[in-house]
Design a binder for this molecule. Structure first.
Ligand code: HSE
Length: 444
């Protein structure tokens, strides 16, 4: 890699949507400060877009439709990629890294699928690969995991990493409205995309969970390893059941260390440690710090052996907040080029196996409508005992001709909990399984 002492750092921007436009604005407005912070001017060499006539907000002479040529240009030191999606981003970034050009990307889907080959290319040439904006927008989170906490042992990362779904769940919680009504409102207000699939079905959060787990546990985790459930099946009854117990429903990305081994364990890995990486709705106590994260905000709760508990909170999307994270990375890679430094490489030495969801220890909240007569509770309790699921709390409220029964379990494998719920649903004394949801954020 060439030294850039005093010479400008030349940046190619791939894509110029909401985030890209803000990146160009910040680079222009803060040029003097950035020069002082980096030790050399940071200049835009070109911007690759598909339709140049749609980008009147950036200087026309910088626009090109030839992204490949821009990436290959000798006049470019750093590539900032804000196109999103797998191709052509993957091919362009691999060429850039192989040619020794530093890369800053906000592309969570790409990193969650192809980070191994991107890191390999980065290692081969010694070029930096930074991606703070890929998870939780403006919130400094990946740098703390990759660098500040590199001396600690992280045990769990649990967060709200998708603003659209948090906006919808917050709305359902405050109004009591259904999922469909609240999604419609979120779309009308511009908080949900016209096609909300990536957000509401948990794909966006699953990519972010894969990135977080890889960094936190020094292991390669891809989006395909993540157990994913979205929020479409969360009902007004689930939200009401949570409220009645002092809990609230959030879509959580959870990455945690879990033990592997034991008589009932079907994994083939040797006894030792594995990780669980999952995205699903869960009830958390209203006293948990994540419960007070409302609307489109993101927050991530991190637990580490020495540091204890930490929470990172802020805006997880939007042009300016995401551009802030991109600019932070740009300053870091530019400094590294000027002062011949190098950012952190891939750290996957631990290679912890990802445990299947069925074998992951979790806890359930189950709300039932049952007949109100002698022996009903014991029939229900017998099914739990049969599946070796221990009950932590039971609450029953009698009504005119039936009763509401709420059961919260201790931790058991997800497979055992699912079988328990299936069998209970078939008991003649159970009129309806009103709500089933995992419980997180409290130890019992
Ligand atoms: N669509 C995401 C969200 C932001 O709703 O939070 C980009 O990752």
């Amino acid at each position: 890699m060439a030294s850039h002492e005093g010479k400008p750092i030349r940046v190619a921007l791939l894509g110029c949507g909401t985030v890209g436009t803000e990146v160009v604005r910040l680079l222009t407005d803060q040029a003097a400060d950035l020069t002082a912070r980096v030790g050399a001017p940071v200049q835009v060499a070109g911007i690759a877009v598909r339709r140049p006539n749609k980008h009147r907000e950036v200087p026309a002479e910088l626009l090109t439709t030839d992204a490949e040529a821009l990436v290959a240009s000798d006049d470019v030191d750093v590539i900032v990629e804000v196109i999103g999606g797998i191709e052509p981003a993957r091919t362009l970034l691999l060429s850039a890294l192989r040619a020794g050009k530093s890369v800053v990307t906000a592309n969570k889907a790409l990193l969650a699928e192809h980070s191994a080959e991107l890191f390999e290319a980065s290692d081969a040439s010694g070029a930096d690969l930074y991606f703070e904006a890929a998870v939780a927008g403006a919130i400094p989170l990946l740098r703390p995991l990759r660098e500040s906490l590199a001396g600690d042992r992280i045990t769990r990362v649990m967060g709200i990493v998708n603003g659209t779904t948090n906006f919808i769940l917050s709305g359902m919680d405050s109004t009591g409205a259904s999922y469909a009504e609240t999604l419609e409102e979120a779309t009308r207000l511009g908080y949900a995309e016209a096609d909300p699939t990536a957000d509401v079905d948990g794909f966006d959060a699953a990519s972010k969970a894969a990135i977080l787990a890889s960094l936190a546990f020094h292991s390669r985790v891809t989006a395909a390893d993540v157990h994913r459930e979205g929020i479409a099946s969360v009902s007004a009854a689930d939200i009401a059941a949570a409220k009645a117990l002092g809990r609230t429903v959030k879509l959580l990305a959870i990455c945690e260390r879990v033990p592997i081994g034991g008589a009932d364990d079907q994994t083939t890995a040797d006894d030792g440690e594995g990780i669980s990486v999952r995205v699903h709705p869960a009830m958390i106590p209203t006293s948990h710090p994540l419960a007070s994260v409302h609307g489109a905000f993101n927050a991530v709760f991190v637990e580490a052996d020495a540091a204890g508990e930490m929470m990172f909170y802020g805006q997880g999307a939007g042009g300016a907040p995401t551009a802030s994270a991109v600019l932070g990375d740009l300053v870091a890679v530019a400094r590294n080029r000027v002062h011949r430094g190098r950012g952190p490489r891939e750290s996957a030495y631990a290679a912890l196996p990802v445990r299947p969801m069925g074998q992951t220890p979790t806890r359930y909240h189950i709300s039932l409508d049952v007949a109100d007569r002698a022996g009903v509770l014991s029939q229900v309790a017998a099914v739990f005992a049969e599946h070796d699921v221990s009950i932590a709390a039971v609450r029953q409220e009698g009504r005119v001709d039936d009763a509401s029964l709420v059961i919260v379990t201790h931790a058991a494998t997800d497979a055992a909990l699912r079988s328990t719920v299936d069998k209970i649903g078939g008991l003649p004394v159970v009129r309806e399984v009103v709500s089933v949801m995992r419980v997180e954020g409290e130890e019992i």
